[in-house]
Design a protein around this ligand. Structure first.
Ligand SMILES: CC(C)(COP(=O)(O)OP(=O)(O)OC[C@H]1O[C@@H](n2cnc3c(N)ncnc32)[C@H](O)[C@@H]1OP(=O)(O)O)[C@@H](O)C(=O)NCCC(=O)NCCS
Length: 170
């Protein structure tokens, strides 16, 4: 039952888009996509890739707006009611940059670490979330920020790299 419920939610999430392709690829590759009811993608320009063995878990009522991309090599979790604006980039991995490896960076493989974004988080336009980041519940990331360190709950952060601008609630 739980499995069927999730399939229905994943269908709703990708509805009107290439959801079937994602679902089939995801199954073939052995990756996991789970979404809570009410989560949705606002535009076909959204790019979601979940690699074999990786997992993308979205809570309820998560909203992804146009040109946002989420590419997962290991794990990305996004909590209930989180709002992700346009052109946001979420990547749980980087290319390796080994100086003692003669191969170009693009052939050196990846380094990854899971990302966890809490509940009721708002990521503004063009925000970038890098690998291994945790963002606490009720926090807001201002437009254009690059988040390179964990964000505590209930704060507004902004800038490159993102730093606390103010506390939003106690
Ligand atoms: C952060 C934001 C929400 C404004 O929040 P606010 O509480 O009204 O903040 P203020 O405008 O009072 O600014 C507070 C401080 O943060 C700074 N700040 C505001 N936005 C910032 C940003 N994107 N990056 C860096 N600093 C920013 C202000 O300059 C100000 O600094 P100061 O105290 O030194 O003067 C807004 O600037 C923003 O980034 N909105 C995102 C818009 C968006 O992506 N919309 C998509 C809809 S889904």
């Amino acid at each position: 039952m739980m499995f069927q419920d999730n399939l229905r939610n994943v269908y709703r999430f990708f509805r009107g888009w290439r959801w079937w392709k994602i679902k089939i690829l995801s199954r073939l590759h052995g990756s996991t996509i789970k979404t809570g009811i009410g989560s949705y993608i606002l535009s076909p320009s959204v790019s979601i890739r979940v690699q074999p063995g990786a997992r993308l878990i979205l809570g309820r009522d998560v909203c992804l707006r146009a040109y946002t991309s989420i590419h997962v090599l290991e794990s990305v979790e996004i909590g209930d009611d989180t709002l992700i604006a346009e052109m946001v980039t979420i990547r749980d991995h980087d290319h390796n940059m080994l100086t003692d490896d003669p191969r170009p960076y693009r052939k050196q493989g990846f380094i990854s670490a899971p990302i966890r974004i809490g509940q009721n988080v708002w990521l503004g336009n063009k925000v970038t979330i890098t690998k291994g980041i945790n963002i606490g519940d009720n926090s807001v990331v201002a437009a254009n920020a690059v988040v390179t360190k964990d964000v505590e709950p209930n704060v507004l952060v902004g800038g490159v790299p993102a730093r606390i601008i103010k506390k939003l609630r106690d």
